[in-house]
Structure formats: structure tokens, C-alpha cells
Design a protein around this ligand. Sequence first.
Ligand code: ZN
Length: 285
Amino acid sequence: MTYHLTRFCLLIAVSIIVLLNMFFTFTLWWLILPSVIYLACLIYGSSVIQANFFAPAYCSANTSEKIIVLSFDDGPHSEYTPQVLALLANYEATATFFVIGKHIHGNESLLKQMITEGHGIGNHSYSHSFFIDFKNVQGFKDELNQTAELVFSIIGKRMKLFRPPYGVTTPNLVKAAKLLDYRLIGWNIRSFDTTKDSVEVITQRVQSQIKLGAIILLHDTSDKTIQVLEQILIFVQQQGYKIVSIEQLLNINSYEYDLPHDYTDTQLRDGSVAKFVSLIDNHRF
Ligand SMILES: [Zn+2]
């Protein structure tokens, strides 16, 4: 069920009730029923990104390969992101970090480290405010652009992946993302690693759901996640899964004007990628 289909169904239901009221003794109190159903659909569609209610989002991949994706939201964090990066390096795993713009200040070197170590970076808004979903289209564009410019100034790449804060989508958010040519990225395994659940409970929750093409949501913001991550890395290795980037899983580009993977690794260190992107930016057609 999509937003447009839901609105169409509401319109039909309201029209039928009004017509019945005009020609028969049918009370208009019945209008409450489709209104409540419509509201319930809106709440469900906004809060469950996998519902693809306002717009399609990438939440997993259909694949026959034993590959999965690890994604980390809400960083970079000066204490925990380096520990996540160290663990990923130990287990030769790549991940995608959906960064919050206001958390980047003072942690610029972590973003450079992510790129040089083969990880991906996506946009997770600038403020991640609790009230962000009340913003209008321009408000969301500002959130995305502020973080995008900051990241570009550090790694020389323009992000094209966007994970909505809290996984909540709204018509304004979707419109802003579309205007700025972002792809919405969700997940199909939520760890709930920011709750009070124990390391064991969170680890078990994730491990029990792991399947081909899964995208796992974690947060590089707490010691608990570090412990959970190590358990997950050991488990997936034992199960024969390979941890890949979102780009590899979904066969999409994470950045504007992206370059082949082998080019990126070697050229980033001497700044050639930044120069290349700037060159194209200055000669847009
Ligand atoms: Zn978040």
C-alpha cells in the first residue's frame, strides 16, 4: 500500500459515504472509519521504512550469494567509531557509516580513515533533531546539503545515499531527497542496540535474523555496540557470510561521479579523487 493508493482509497470511501448519505438515511458518522484507517496507514507508512509508503527505499537485496551489509548510524563518535573501524579491519569487513553532520566537527580524520579503509559514507542529516520530521522541503534540503558540503570538503566525494533519521519518512523528506538525487537506504535487521537490552539479547536478535542480502542497522555510539559487533563478526564468519558494502550489495553508486573501486583506494591518498571531482564540478554540463 502506497501513499497515493491510500489517498485514493480514502477519497473513494468518503465519496461512497457522502452519496449514501444523500440518497439514503446513512449517517455521516461513518466518515470517522475511513479517516481513522487513513491516519493509521499514514503513521505506519511514516514509521516503517520497509513499507515503501512514501517512496521506495533500499532495505535488503534479492541475492543468492551469502553476502550481508553492516551499517552504522549517528556517528562519527570520537571514542566508539575508531573501535568499530579497528574491529572491521580485524575481520576484513566493510561497512557503511551514515553520519550526522554536527558530529563531524573534530572527527574529520575518522571520515578520511573510513574512505581509505574502503568503507562507505552516507548522509544521516545535519541535526538529527527529534523534531526533524516537521521540517518542510527546504528544511530537509538544508539538512542534507549542510552535511553533504561538510563531507565533500573532507573526502572530496558527494554522497548520494541517505538514511532518514529514525527511519521515519515524510512527503517533505522524500521530496527533498528526490530533488537532491539521493537514494533512500533502510534496513531489514534492526539491532535496537541503543535500547537497554543486554549485549546477549541484541546479539541474539541480530544473529537469528541474518539472511542473504540483509542490511543490518547498528550505531557506532556506544560500548555495547562494540561488543555486539564482535559477536556478529565472529558469527557471520562462522556461517560463511561475506560482509560487503551497500554499493556491492545493491549494485548502486554511493557518490556522485563515482569512480571504479580500484581507482578510489589508490588515488584517494594523494588527493587525486578530490581534484577529479572538483574538475567535473567546475565543468558541469
Ligand atoms: Zn539516527
